[in-house]
Design a protein around this ligand. Structure first.
Ligand SMILES: Nc1ncnc2c1ncn2[C@@H]1O[C@H](COP(=O)(O)OP(=O)(O)OP(=O)(O)O)[C@@H](O)[C@H]1O
Ligand SMILES: Cc1ncc(CO)c(N)n1
Length: 423
């Protein structure tokens, strides 16, 4: 089977939030082999871009020669380029068959200008040879105005796709102007450095794996949304953290979490049994949440059985906790219920953040899990590690452990069991 090699050609951001490092991290998590060529060294962080040193044309060419001599490349994704780099990419495009995904990085989010009019004129030739161009709204307007002002439509004989990126993206083509499709997004209240790089390299990676354009954009959108939600906090802002949450990842996490649970003498099992669940990113319904179709139940030997399989849509009860918690922290995608013990809660307060709800305060005609989780999160001011209630009306008291995924949740349960065993 042909190896998926993507060639990333762009600038070097030492923080890895943008540029070839961000692109390579994105390609790697998507199962594509990232070959990278650096066109310029760009000292920067979330505060500013401090400088830009272009790599000599000879060294860029030697990097290209080294790669094409030894690898088959199906997609080339471009970031910050200079004139030499564009000249060379177009030269190699004449001799090798690869798709170009061009992310026209005209300036940084910290307003450092990467492209002057002379270089933008050369970019038009690269756009003409590209399969897809991914400008943000401002870059798109700059490009179209430049072509109009300089009457350059005659230099364009092909019709590349353009994805105008934003929270909602608009798919069009360079010549047809009309919007073919709008891809709706979800806004997270964060300014994250490098999202354009992650989004365009994710789309390029899915294309490299053989996905069609629309599927590549749709999956790329999930990648960049996760990369924003799990972004790395820096002193001045956030750096993109290339992350991809899909059904395969959720099932793998759950399987490994159950593997870890079986390694301990887990005894904090409630009468109704435990379940453990993990959701896709920003789940819309319990169908986006995977859990056990059965339960974790005590056996007569003091141990426990894990009954059932892991399936999406298997648990509405635990799913409601996750579906509610995500509104307070979109990173929280997992939960497991364990047995409540009176003196355990006090013992846990040193290591874990805890909140609770009281069933006696529950209003009529509500889902207890939705109301209780909302109540506990609002009282806590976010999503705590633990939400408990002391039961009532024939309902068993319960502890619910929450986390970013089921592996983290089980590691918390292992710690809780240790504390319980030593009370
Ligand atoms: N705060 C956010 N919440 C959700 N999605 C976001 C957010 N910021 C960026 N994105 C996603 O990242 C994609 C690219 O972001 P944007 O359009 O800002 O590119 P850009 O301006 O080129 O970014 P940069 O220059 O920082 O690399 C958007 O299409 C959007 O899906
Ligand atoms: C190296 C590099 N590539 C792309 C961007 C776009 O944000 C940046 N700031 N730095």
């Amino acid at each position: 089977m042909k190896k998926h090699n993507i060639l990333i050609i762009g600038g070097y951001d030492p923080t890895g939030g943008a540029g070839v490092i961000a692109d390579a991290k994105t390609a790697k998590i998507l199962g594509v082999n990232p070959l990278t060529i650096t066109t310029s060294i760009i000292p920067q962080n979330n505060r500013a871009v401090y400088d830009k040193m272009d790599i000599p044309k000879k060294i860029i060419e030697e990097q290209l020669e080294a790669i094409f001599e030894d690898f088959d490349v199906s997609v080339v994704k471009t970031g910050v380029l200079n004139k030499d780099a564009i000249d060379l990419i177009l030269k190699y495009k004449r001799h090798y068959d690869f798709k170009i995904v061009c992310d026209p990085v005209l300036k940084s989010t910290t307003n450092y200008k990467f492209v002057d009019e002379d270089l933008l004129r050369r970019y038009i030739d690269l756009f003409n040879e590209s399969y897809l161009i991914t400008p943000n709204e401002e870059e798109f307007n700059t490009i179209i105005n430049f072509i109009e002002k300089n009457n350059l439509w005659g230099n364009i004989d092909k019709n590349p796709y353009i994805l105008i990126t934003g929270i909602d993206d608009k798919l069009t083509t360079l010549k047809d102007k009309g919007i073919i499709e709008t891809i709706k997004g979800k806004k997270i209240d964060k300014e994250v450095h490098g999202t354009g790089c992650v989004f365009s390299s994710a789309i390029a990676s899915f294309l490299c794996k053989g996905e069609g354009l629309r599927e590549a954009i749709k999956k790329g959108k999930d990648v960049v949304l996760a990369s924003v939600i799990y972004a790395t906090k820096t002193k001045y802002n956030y750096n993109s953290n290339p992350t991809y949450i899909n059904k395969e990842k959720v099932i793998k996490n759950l399987s490994y979490a159950l593997y870890l649970l079986k390694k301990i003498e887990f005894s904090l099992i409630p009468e109704v049994g435990s379940n453990i669940a993990e959701s896709l990113l920003l789940p819309n319904s319990f169908k986006d949440v995977a859990a056990l179709t059965g339960r974790i139940i005590k056996n007569k030997l003091g141990g426990f059985y894990i009954v059932g399989d892991v399936e999406f849509g298997a648990s509405e009860h635990i799913a409601k906790i996750i579906l509610t918690a995500k509104n307070y922290n979109p990173q929280i995608r997992a939960c497991m219920n364990i047995r409540y013990e009176e003196d355990l809660i006090d013992a846990l307060s040193e290591k874990f953040s805890i909140s609770s709800f009281d069933r006696k305060l529950e209003p009529p005609n509500v889902s207890t899990m939705e109301w209780g989780t909302k109540y506990a999160c609002e009282k806590f001011g976010g999503v705590p590690d633990i939400i408990y209630d002391k039961g009532g009306d024939g309902k068993e008291p319960m502890i619910r452990v929450l986390g970013v995924n089921t592996i983290e949740v089980v590691k918390k349960v292992v710690e809780i069991q240790k504390i319980y065993d030593h009370i």
